[in-house]
Every structure is written in C-alpha cells, then in structure tokens.
Design a protein around this ligand. Sequence first.
Ligand code: ACO
Length: 350
Amino acid sequence: MAIEIIGTGRAVPPRKVSNSDLSARLDTSDEWIRSHTGIGNRHIADDGTATSDLALEAAKNALAMAAGFTGDAQNTADRDLAAAEAAKSIDMIILGTATADFIGTPSTACIVQHKLGAEKAGAMDITAGCTGFIYGLETAAGLLSLGRGRKRALVIGAEVLTRVLDWNDRGSCVLFGDGAGAVVAELTGAPAEGPQRRGLVRTILAADGSGGESLLFRRGGTRYPFKKGETIENGVCVEMNGQEVYNFAVKAVTDTAAALMQAESLTADDLAIIIPHQANARIVQAARRRLKIAEEKFYLNIEEYANTSAASIPIALDEMNRSGKLNRGDIIMTIGFGGGLTYGGNIIIW
Ligand code: ACO
C-alpha cells in the first residue's frame, strides 16, 4: 500500500504588492530586497480574509482535482460541486499554520472541515512553522497507514502572515506573503517498496527547540498574555533574528537533503526536482553550493510570493503539477525549515 497524492490546489490573494510599492512608504528598495532575498512581490490578503478562507479555496482546488475535475479552478460552480463530493470521502484534515484564524480554538482545520462539508473527517492544526506541510503530510500518512479504515486525508499549509507583521520593520515585513496550498493524500494499492514503488516513501521530521526564540510570536499565549492596549504597532507581532534563522536554515536544508539522499541511496541526478521552503533564495543558493547540486534542480517561486511559510511547499507543488512539470515516476524532494525551530523533508515518487 502506498500514500499517493491524487490532487493538489493553491490559493493566493489577488492583491499583489511589489518591492517598489513597499519602497514608496518604507526605507527599502527593490534592489535591496531582490539582492538579499530573491523576492520581487508578495500577495496580501484583504482585511476580512482569514487563513481558513485561503485554505478553503486551496482545499477545494485539490479536492476537485482528486475528483477528476479538469476545468478552470477559479471559483466555478462545477469545481465546487466536484470538491463537495470529494470532501465527503475525506477521513482527516490536517492544516499546518503559524497564523490560525483563532488562538487555541477552534482550529483552522475545523473551520475548513465545516465549510467543505467534510462530514466524516477529523480535523486538527499542526504548529510547526514553515515545516507545517511536511509534518502534516507525514502525520496524515501515519494515520492512513494504521489500517483503521482511513483512506483519504486533506493536508493543507495556509497563512496570512502579513497580518502579524510590523509594517515599520523593514528587516522582516518585506519577507512575507499570504497564501495556501493543499493536497489530497490517498492510501492506494500501489507498491510502497521495490522499483515500482509510488507515493510518499521517506520523511525526515526534526526540531531544535533551543532556537525557538529566534522566530517568535511572543504575545498572546499563556507565557506572555496580551496586555490591555497592546497592538501590532507597539510590538505584538512576529519577532525574528534574521541572521540566526539564516544560519539555521542553510544547515537545515543542507543536512536534510543529504540525509534524505543517503537514506534512499539517491544522487542528485536521480531527483526530478527539489522543492525547498521559499524563505530566501540566498538560503537555497548557499545550501546548494554546499551540496554541489545544480541550480536547475531547485524550484523557486519566491520572486512572486515571498515567504508564505507553511503554504510555500504545497503552492510550489501545485504550480508544478498544474503546469505539467511532474511526470509519473519523478522523484521529488521537499525540504522545509522554520519556527520552532523545526525542519525536515519528504521524498515523494509521483
Ligand atoms: N531594505 C533595506 N535595507 C535593509 C532592509 C530592507 N528591507 N532590511 C535590513 N536592511 C539593512 C539593515 O538595516 C542593515 O543596515 P546597516 O548595515 O546600516 O545596519 C543592512 O541592511 C544589513 O542587514 P542584515 O540584517 O545584516 O542583512 P542580511 O544580509 O542578514 O539579510 C535577511 C537580512 C534577509 C533577513 C536575512 O538575514 C535572512 O534572510 N534571514 C533569514 C530570514 C528567514 O528566512 N526567515 C524566515 C525563515 S523561517 C520562516 O519561513 C517562517
């Protein structure tokens, strides 16, 4: 039995904000942002759009694909019909996010479960920062593999990070964008071993909690509850030590790629594509040089979306899938890293 991805989807807000747009109101420039990060644009959710709204759209697109819908995935009635039918077959919804609709409860996954009408699905969020999708996919695979009758899971990465940024802090606000990506994972009869094996064949999940404070939402939890009058403007927002995260990330990407290749006896030539978390193109370049892997092996879309945290890998996967860049039998490596600190990766045979 194999865990195969049978549908992918994504959703990004229509409002696109370029580096030049930002430099009109902030002491920054297109040249600085591009040369330090590879970012050119980000998509920003309008007021009133929450993480679950983007997650729902991405999920519908993935579910409709799983149901065989091949039309235009933008809000069509036919897509919604196909998605609603497929939603009934989902046993579990797992949603990775650092920007849930609500702190604590209800989970964003439960909101999506209700809106999809996924009546038999359990639902929960995973807090693993930008590694949330990788953690979510492996958790889903574990649940499907237990032999307790669960066949299909919906795994989502979704964020509205732009709502928790200090827009006066040029060191962090230029880095992030909003979006969601989703996949439908199914337990199928395909072989999980041998030359014909398919699906999710290997995952590394790792953490280094000692670095937790280098990427932190300090306020609003039980450690530092909100105080009266606190707002994002006076410091209730994401805090990041860019240099520490950078150093951690380069090592995380390098170590995870090397460990996955070693565990599966693969060389870079065997890989069709590597989809890294899109946080900073320089992180990927530094890791790639250490690994001695050619630039073309890495899928990068950070220029368009900036860092969408848990959404970045499933958005990239869906872009590749929908543009026909993934072929049956392709070996895909994903690598994530982020808040926690967490990191890890998957090997997926398409
Ligand atoms: N525009 C113009 N100048 C800027 C900007 C900006 N947006 N941001 C910082 N600067 C300035 C600084 O003030 C500093 O000026 P100074 O020398 O006069 O003091 C100078 O640029 C250099 O700043 P550094 O912070 O040293 O720049 P660095 O080269 O380290 O790049 C960056 C900063 C891009 C944040 C880098 O450290 C980084 O990418 N870190 C990792 C961040 C990351 O990936 N976070 C998320 C990962 S986890 C997750 O995805 C949730």
